[in-house]
Design a protein around this ligand. Structure first.
Ligand code: ADP
Ligand code: ZN
Length: 751
């Protein structure tokens, strides 16, 4: 009896993401299961396309027009029922296609693509497995003919146990020698997957943790949740330097002792090495890593290690939330307020929600941690939906840094044309003279951030995007920070009127130059996306700063968070004002968090820390509260604003985005979608909805496409999503997707 596979294909759009039925040919019967990756003939031309099997059924009397599957990927590529449950969850929550969800839960390297072998369509793995040859001593060296010194050395080297060819070559034993010995039956050669021990050099050095009384109390409460055997969630709110990591380590230890596994998420790649080192030192090598800076091969091998049950701890960035760890007991989201936990491409998921789903599936404890939690998270904690665990003091009774403002209005009035104020420069110099270090934050990269014509006011913008081009000095070029468009040489006259172009605004490159002029002795390390492009550059730079090869670490927000250097006693903040006047409803929260975090980098060890913030609005309440590092009071103000103006957590916030090549069409499509949606909600008055727009997005043109949005304040439940889905169907029926593609984003802050 033949069977039928219902599959979802790659490269579908959300409007046409149906399940298609295919016959399973008898020779593929043993390798087709739900969750399996297969190749199908698709469309009029029957071009091979990748697909995922959603279900299989008996085909007693199959439709004779059904096509047959072409090939199937090996079983190891199959999505387990757990992963399929996550795929369904993503699709239901975030309006993505089946296959987009599949690509999110299994890393790129694990995926297959259509290929051809001997004229037949096949599935091909996208990655080459790195293998190595291992030699084992399996016989004795014959006395005659007399063995040469090289042969003797090879046999000696292998006496303690098998070794890889690379290791033997390092000892000066050539492949010819080894091959010769294999022929004689003295050695046996085998190929195996090359193990990839990331951070293999970190010594296993477990030391008992001595927790402070506050940390102990926190652990005691959280251990209750961990032992509960049912899904639990908690927020560890601890001031900067309170030692949240020590609490993590203790909880991980407990989790492993219960025979369960732990998943630790950090907001960015830069923070993984620090976490990996601490975990490796304490727990040894059953640790796997998942993040986007790994090569495909590394990523896949780590993934397999997890899938095969050979990792007890996984550390990674957002996508690691899908790591196929079984028997999960603990999930930690460190610095949970970071926006990097929200995906900006389909599926537009939030690691918070996926982690919650996984914790529910596994009866695990989900722990959010931060010194500046998201307003929604803290609200959930104070209202009892999460357990709130607090660390109020820095570890070791160290004081929080003192914070002062430098009023830049006075600097401007005094005619200082620089970005670095005289007081900041002096403080940097004094810190350096004491043999201590400083961190300087400027959240803008490049040299000059805007080019404008002196005569007509024309601003040089990207031809593809509605944003100013940024001048980068090392390349002597203007760059678009969104699409990478490059213009060089740098225009000196206006393309519109021939007037003189003037470049202004400060980026990290310019400030680096100013610092070099102001403090000629200072050793300055600039860290931003441009200086950390090379693999491992980021980690190497931080290691050199830790070794005190530099006095000043200047950089974008990548220097603001999570770093722990004992000699840093001064933190400076430049150019923060523009962030205060940002668009989205989270802009205050973001500034508060960034300033608190960066200020918190100072004075973490013996030496007390201080911070200086340059601003033209020193009395701004958000800056004042961040300076006082008073999160609870900031929260009171912020939650009042959210309630009054109706923002999360008092509603769900959903941005429906539209983009296309012609602006009037995009606008019209967005308006039509709004009408279709309003019609549907009119017959469901019980379903709360406020709709705003269509309005242009903050960046109205990106990569040559115009962008508009509808902003919905709603209740994101199943009935709401059903209405939204039916609106999408109606939109597709009117053939509007041809004019403007739609995206649905529940994580946007409306920027
Ligand atoms: P944060 O809460 O900001 O993440 P960390 O976990 O980085 O703080 O801890 C701040 C500093 O205090 C680190 O240098 C850390 O090594 C030290 N520390 C915290 N708790 C302990 C502890 N129980 N034993 C020893 N050192 C600790
Ligand atoms: Zn551009």
């Amino acid at each position: 009896m033949p069977s039928i596979a219902k599959v979802a294909v790659n490269d579908a759009t959300i409007h046409f993401d149906k399940l298609y039925s295919y016959l399973v040919p008898p020779e593929l019967e043993p390798s087709v299961w739900p969750g399996g990756i297969v190749l199908v003939p698709f469309g009029q031309g029957n071009r091979p396309r990748m697909a995922v099997v959603i279900e299989t059924e008996a085909g007693d009397d199959p439709d004779p027009r059904l096509k047959s599957l072409l090939a199937a990927a090996p079983e190891e590529a199959r999505l387990t029922p757990d992963l399929m449950e996550l795929v369904r969850f993503l699709r239901d929550r975030y309006f993505c296609t089946w296959y987009e969800a599949v690509k999110a839960v299994i890393p790129y390297g694990a995926q297959y693509q259509p290929g051809v072998e001997n004229g037949r369509p096949v599935v091909k793995s996208r990655m080459v497995r790195p293998v190595e040859t291992i030699y084992t001593l399996t016989g004795t060296l014959p006395e005659k003919p007399r063995p040469g010194p090289k042969q003797l050395r090879a046999v000696e080297a292998l006496r303690p146990g098998p070794r890889s060819r690379a290791e033997l070559e390092e000892l000066g034993i050539s492949r010819t020698t080894l091959d010769g010995l294999c022929k004689k039956g003295v050695l046996t050669a085998q190929t195996r997957d090359r193990p990839l021990d990331l951070f293999g050099e970190v010594p296993f050095d477990p030391r008992p943790l001595t927790l402070s009384p506050e940390q102990q109390t926190a652990c005691r409460l959280l251990e209750e949740d961990l032992a509960a055997g049912e899904p639990r969630a908690a927020l560890l709110y601890g001031v900067t330097g309170s030692g949240k990591t020590a609490v993590f380590l203790r909880l991980i230890e407990q989790t492993l002792a219960q025979g369960r596994r732990a998943l630790i998420l950090v907001p960015e790649i830069g923070l993984t090495p620090q976490m990996i080192r601490r975990l490796k030192a304490m727990f040894g090598s059953r640790l796997a890593v998942q993040h986007s800076a790994l090569s495909n091969t590394e990523r896949l091998l780590q993934w397999r290690m997890i899938q095969q049950g050979n990792a007890d701890i996984v550390v990674g960035t957002r996508s690691a939330v899908f790591a196929p760890l079984q028997n999960l007991g603990l999930i930690i989201l460190d610095e949970e307020q970071e926006h990097t936990y929200q995906s900006e491409s389909s599926p537009r998921y939030s690691a918070h929600d996926v982690a919650k789903k996984r914790a529910a599936m596994e009866n695990a404890l989900l722990l959010f941690a931060s010194a500046t939690p998201r307003t929604e998270t803290y609200q959930a904690a104070v209202s009892g939906r999460l357990r709130l665990v607090t660390l109020q003091h820095r570890y070791g009774g160290r004081p929080l840094p003192t914070v002062d403002f430098i009023d830049m209005r006075a600097e401007l009035a005094a005619g200082n044309p620089r970005e670095v104020s005289a007081r900041m420069a002096q403080a940097l110099e004094e810190t350096m003279d004491r043999g201590e270090q400083s961190i300087l934050l400027l959240n803008r990269r490049g040299y000059r951030t805007v080019g404008m014509c002196q005569s007509c006011g024309h601003v040089l913008k990207c031809p593809n995007c509605s944003v100013p081009l940024v001048y980068h000095k090392p390349q002597q070029a203007l760059f678009c920070h969104h699409c990478g468009h490059r213009i060089s040489p740098v225009p000196t006259v206006c393309p519109e009127c021939g007037g003189k172009m003037v470049y202004s605004g400060f980026g990290t490159q310019k400030v680096e130059e100013e610092l070099a002029a102001l403090l000629p002795k200072a050793r300055i390390l600039r860290m931003d996306q441009d200086s950390t492009g090379r693999k491992n550059a980021h980690e190497q730079m931080l290691a050199r700063f830790a070794r005190q090869e530099y006095d000043i670490l200047l950089g974008t927000q990548m220097v603001a968070k999570g770093l722990d250097f004992e000699k840093v006693t001064l933190v400076g903040v430049l150019g923060i004002d523009s962030m205060l006047f940002g668009q989205g409803f989270r802009s205050f929260e973001n500034v508060f968090s960034l300033v608190t975090q960066v200020v918190g980098r100072g004075g973490r060890a013996e030496l007390p820390g201080r911070a200086l913030i340059q601003t033209t609005v020193p009395d701004h309440p958000v800056l004042q509260l961040a300076a006082a590092q008073d999160y609870p009071r900031f929260y009171e103000q912020e939650i009042a604003f959210r309630r009054f103006s109706l923002y999360p957590p008092y509603c769900s916030f959903c941005v429906v985005g539209f983009s296309g090549e012609r602006e009037p069409e995009v606008f019209a499509a967005a308006r039509r979608f709004g009408q279709l949606l309003a019609e549907r909600f009119a017959s469901h008055p019980e379903q709360p909805l406020r709709m705003l727009g269509p309005t242009p997005m903050t960046i109205v043109k990106l990569n040559g496409r115009y962008r508009y949005k509808l902003t919905l304040k709603c209740r994101n439940d199943a009935p709401f999503r059903a209405l939204l889905r039916s609106t999408l169907d109606a939109y597709a029926e009117e053939k509007l997707p041809a004019k403007a593609g739609v995206t649905i984003d529940f994580n946007s802050d409306g920027d």
